[in-house]
Write a protein of this length. Structure first.
Length: 140
């Protein structure tokens, strides 16, 4: 075997092992990224946003309980980052009334449902009650 052939053989081996090493490193990186996406760090939302529709059962400064048409009940955590709109205006969770029809956009983190956006839909029991109270106040 000549020196030239030996050199080409050694160079080919380095190239082959180098390429295999790059592929293995890339696969390892992909596996690590996939593992990081499926595990949840404290306070970090996992997965995509989900939606829920129903009526308000209870609302406090920290939580919102909503009942769906199928009587399924959800309790969402509410914080200062939660966007809450009623009649197109920004409000706080305590402004929501029992019976208000709502659409909730939420995520799930650490086994908790976290409300990202709450929109009160037009109509609903609470709105009717407010109108009745306004009419009573006008009559007085």
């Amino acid at each position: 075997m000549t020196a030239k052939k030996l050199f080409v053989l050694v160079l080919s081996a380095f190239f082959l092992f180098g390429s295999a090493g790059l592929v293995a490193a890339q696969e390892k990186k992909m596996e690590e990224k996939k593992a990081a996406d499926t595990t949840s760090a404290p306070g970090k939302a996992v997965g995509k946003s989900k939606n829920a529709n129903g009526t308000v059962k209870a609302a406090t400064a920290e939580s919102l309980t909503v009942v769906g048409k199928d009587k399924k009940e959800w309790t969402f955590a509410v914080d200062t980052k939660t966007s809450i709109k009623k009649a197109g205006k920004a409000v706080v969770a305590t402004d929501l009334r029992e019976g208000d029809p709502v659409h909730v956009q939420f995520t799930e983190a650490d086994g908790k449902l976290i409300a990202k956006a709450v929109t009160v839909k037009a109509g609903g029991t609470a709105k009717k009650e407010e109108k009745m109270e306004e009419k009573k106040a006008e009559k007085k």
